[in-house]
Design a binder for this molecule. Sequence first.
Ligand SMILES: Nc1nc2c(ncn2[C@@H]2O[C@H](COP(=O)(O)OP(=O)(O)O)[C@@H](O)[C@H]2O)c(=O)[nH]1
Ligand SMILES: [Mg+2]
Length: 347
Amino acid sequence: KLLGMPQTPRQILRASPEETPRDANPANVGLELFGYVGIEAVLDQMRIKTMKTGFEFNLMVVGQSGLGKSTMVNTLFKSKVSQKPTGPDYEERIPKTVQLQSVTHVIEEKGVKMKLTVTDTPGFGDQINNENCWDPIIKYINEQYEKYLREEILISRKRKIPDTRVHSCVYFVPPTGHWLRPLDLEFMRRLSKIVNVVPVIAKADTLTLEERAEFKKRIQKDLKAHGISVYPQEDFDDNSDDRILNNKIRDKIPFAVVGADKEHQVNGKRVLGRKTKWGIIEVENPAHCEFPLLRDLLIRSHLQDLKDITHNVHYESYRVQRLNESNLLVLSPINGLLGKDEVESNL
Ligand SMILES: Nc1nc2c(ncn2[C@@H]2O[C@H](COP(=O)(O)OP(=O)(O)O)[C@@H](O)[C@H]2O)c(=O)[nH]1
Ligand SMILES: [Mg+2]
């Protein structure tokens, strides 16, 4: 008896006998062997496979120092991962981020596991001269493509290549209420060519609702005027349904977010929020800020789309460029991707 045993995909696919249509339809030739199986069974197979293997998602936060990037990383995890209980005067000092740093948590929702990795980056803008402050970040993103390429190109490659590519890069815009600064424009222009950029208005609690809406419109205009294509990019809408949904999202981007890593008591419930003289700003309350929209876009509604665009567009153009770059590239089953000189010196 299989009772108590975990069901295998095949056992799930085998329908109970009373549901099985027993007619002489030639389309049902497999009936004897498999029971009733419709095309929809493919969906079950995909779902079961995903639930078993889980999936990975890699995020990065970028922006000037002090805009709340590290806090937002904590907010994201705290709003998703059950935490160890924390007292009312529980405090955790966030150290200043001095280097690129990745944190991974496994998040589970309704039996589906997700390995979420967030890469926190040191802020820039501390120097008088911010020239090339994007270099380390662009370098990191490209290094992850390079790593993937080197695995993919091997003659005997892994069945599942570890994926550290950045699927989405959240760019923090300072809440000035004016226009985008040249630095932010230049940074986003460069990033948007190699990664999915999701801009947010940082520390939105420092702006009124009217100021947020006004600033949002200005940023949208500014990005358009400078030809910067942030996520969800219009060029990649697959069909008219996509377009309708994504137009709604584009209208709301950049999300005005507030981050917090402390919990407060509100109406007998513990909520993540910031205490201000006007009361508690609850980060997970859609009436208070747009953090919930950001979270849902990234790790729920558009997760697979972000991964697909990373693979099919951003990684693909890296790959093409890299392989075109030179006929210097020679494949070696042992060494992966080598320059011709390196190969020759190895001979
Ligand atoms: N008002 C406000 N302050 C914030 C917010 N998020 C973070 N902070 C505060 O801003 C300071 C810098 O935050 P941090 O996360 O270290 O910024 P980072 O340098 O971008 O990583 C800390 O004192 C945070 O408590 C926010 O949404 N609103
Ligand atoms: Mg930081």
